[in-house]
Design a protein around this ligand. Structure first.
Ligand SMILES: Nc1ncnc2c1ncn2[C@@H]1O[C@H](COP(=O)(O)OP(=O)(O)OP(=O)(O)O)[C@@H](O)[C@H]1O
Length: 612
């Protein structure tokens, strides 16, 4: 358990503040920051002021001052900790919070002549790597992504938009194990600081800006720069891997919206920025209450899901991360209220308690399993006969299996960091789906009712299996405001096309208004209970095969060792064949129906011969 570290930084007076002859109301001494209240007349400061204590108070208001806090000093205090966390295998996060024009972007990104935390952390990472990589025993892999949240929509800053009209909005989804993530966000493998620098230049040019009263060139979005850093040690037994995720966050200005100076789209934009900042405030307050053990009758609810920002930063706030907040403030009396609010906000954030862990668990388990598999197969190779095997394996088979296992291991170790491998294994580790080898094939087992994508295109490779969890599963084309559980593509699909409800294994299809849904070739407009082998057609293209492993089928499967997913009973398969022909003849044309029917008939015949 570790508390969120909080730093406050004050910037120099800007031109406008100087023109207004603003007084400096922020004073820092060691870890404390004091703010003095200006009088109404503005000619003198009132009282001794309010003092707050933080982990760091950085006075960057005057370069000539002996206590001046430079970008380098901030990197040494805050950036080093981030790098330390990365090399330890922990997640880390730095969030810059403050009023517009208070110095968030300066602190996080900085100008080219006085770089901020993001470039310095990346530079530091590659400097360290160039020293560590001399050893063959360990390899490193670094990927970066960069997104902005504007009007509650997520944009990829590292991807060119197809056209100006393309708003490029990406969906936020939740992985059962890894939590919220942005679907289709581009990730870029980087091998040097200069590669990161080029990406940063591209991304910064893409960031949303707008003219504003107090600050002519103001960021109107939240930006999250993420580094995914993986290390693999080859000299450990089993091989050891850590993965750390580092979020570096530059928030939009935290000031309240002035409706008299904000119009139209900008007003909506401000409302959305406020929505995520207000939610951030609620999340921080709730977490701070949890941290200090406030006693309430009701359990404390953390409203992460109320905004995209807080949802994506869920781990960083109260979760698995070493998090630092840097609150930036103006020194001028004209900004008194906003500065006071920022200082209070930062003070609250100090009470958040996080639980960072070394992220090695999943991969370690996988590696151990693969290692065990290799040992077992090596053993089999040495034995003259394979006792206990129903079908004797030839040494060629064992060698093949061994090679296969080893190549799996190689895939894991050489780190194809697109994370597909890790994702796949994690998905397979979910209770509902298992993968095993059966003869010359690979069998995917799923105990829940599920849909198999039959697909439009017979040339397409890969099979999609969608399991239907207990409760509602929303199917749609992926452009809805809600999160669909299954996203399909094809003509005639509505953003929310239908809902499948699974109650204790009985699955009912609820077509949405105006959605073309066919079950076994007949159009359905009312709720329709699905039976084993039903062929469902959604819109004019997407075709799915419904499979419902019943208790008796599962028992049979485990007794016989045969798979359930692609081996429904022979009768079930013939049902599907019949249903499919019916559906296709009616809705797609005779030729396709014949091709698909032949496909399913082949499957049934194979299964029948396997079983006999
Ligand atoms: N520590 C600093 N030293 C020198 N100049 C600074 C410092 N911090 C901020 N500035 C200057 O103040 C101005 C506003 O800073 P910056 O753009 O970083 O603010 P911001 O909080 O990111 O604003 P926004 O919310 O609009 O993005 C810039 O001109 C910047 O150069």
């Amino acid at each position: 358990m570790t508390s969120v570290r909080v730093a406050v930084r004050v910037r120099p007076l800007n031109k406008r503040e100087k023109q207004l002859s603003s007084k400096v109301i922020i004073h820092m001494k060691e870890k404390t920051t004091t703010i003095q209240k200006p009088t109404v007349r503005g000619d003198e400061l009132k009282g001794v002021g309010k003092t707050f204590s933080y982990d760091f108070s950085y006075d960057s208001s005057d370069r000539r001052s002996p206590t001046f806090a430079s970008q380098e000093k901030i990197f040494r205090d805050l950036g080093f900790e981030v790098l330390k966390a990365a090399f330890e295998g922990c997640n880390a996060c730095v969030i810059a919070y403050g009023q517009t024009g208070s110095g968030k972007s300066y602190t996080m990104m900085g100008p080219s002549h006085d770089k901020g935390l993001i470039p310095r952390i990346c530079e530091g990472l590659f400097w360290e790597l160039s020293h560590r990589s001399k050893s063959d025993a360990v390899t490193f892999h670094t990927e970066v992504s960069y997104l902005e949240i504007c009007n509650e929509r997520v944009q990829d800053l590292l991807k060119k938009r197809a056209s100006p009209a393309d708003d490029g909005g990406l969906s936020v989804r939740e992985h059962p194990r890894h939590g919220p993530y942005v679907e289709n966000l581009s990730k870029h493998v980087v091998q040097s600081y200069s590669e990161v620098e080029s990406l940063i230049i591209l991304a910064n040019a893409n960031r949303t800006t707008a003219s504003r009263g107090v600050n002519d060139f103001s960021r109107r979005s939240h930006a999250i720069f993420t580094i995914m850093f993986t290390q693999v040690w080859f000299d450990a037994e089993p091989l050891y891997e850590t993965v750390s995720k580092i979020h570096l966050v530059d928030l939009a200005g935290s000031e309240k919206v002035d409706p008299t100076r904000t119009v139209g789209g900008r007003l909506k934009e401000s409302a959305d920025i406020n929505k995520s900042l207000v939610t951030l405030g609620h999340v921080i307050s709730a977490l701070a209450d949890l941290g200090v053990g406030v006693s309430t009758t009701k359990p404390i609810f953390i409203p992460y899901r109320d905004s995209v920002l807080t949802w994506l930063l869920k781990d960083s706030l109260g979760g698995n991360s070493k998090t630092t907040m840097i609150a930036t403030v103006s020194p001028a009396d004209v900004n008194y209220m906003e500065t006071l609010n920022t200082l209070r906000f930062a003070s609250r954030a100090k009470n958040i308690v996080n639980s960072p862990i070394v992220n090695d668990n999943g991969s370690m388990k996988v590696m151990r399993e693969l290692q065990a598999e290799v040992t077992k197969l090596n053993q089999l190779l040495k034995e003259p006969t394979q006792v206990g095997r129903e079908v004797p394996l030839s040494s060629v088979d064992v060698k093949e299996e061994l090679n296969e296992t080893k190549s799996l291991q190689a895939v894991a170790l050489t780190k194809n960091r697109s994370s597909t491998w890790r994702e796949t294994l994690n998905i397979l580790q979910e209770e509902t789906v298992t993968l095993r080898k059966e003869g010359s094939g690979v069998v995917l087992d799923c105990c829940l009712p599920h849909l198999i994508g039959v697909g439009e295109d017979l040339q397409k490779t890969g099979i999609a299996l969608y399991y239907l969890k207990e409760g509602r599963t929303i199917i749609g084309s992926g452009k809805a405001s809600c999160t669909q559980d299954i996203v399909l593509h094809g003509p005639g699909l509505l953003s929310v096309h239908c809902v499948l409800e699974n109650i204790a294994g009985t699955v009912t299809l609820f077509p949405q208004d105006g959605a073309l849904c066919l079950v076994n070739g007949s159009v359905v407009t009312d709720p329709c209970q699905l039976t084993q082998g039903a062929i469902i057609q959604l819109g004019k293209g997407a075709t799915l095969w419904f499979n419902q492993p019943t208790a008796s089928q599962l028992r049979l499967k485990y007794q016989s060792g045969l798979p359930s997913v692609f081996s429904p009973s022979v009768t079930d398969s013939s049902n599907s064949t019949e249903n499919l022909s019916k559906a296709m003849v009616q809705n797609r044309g005779y030729k396709d129906a014949i091709k698909l029917t032949a496909l399913v008939t082949d499957k049934s015949a194979n299964l029948a011969s396997q079983r006999s």
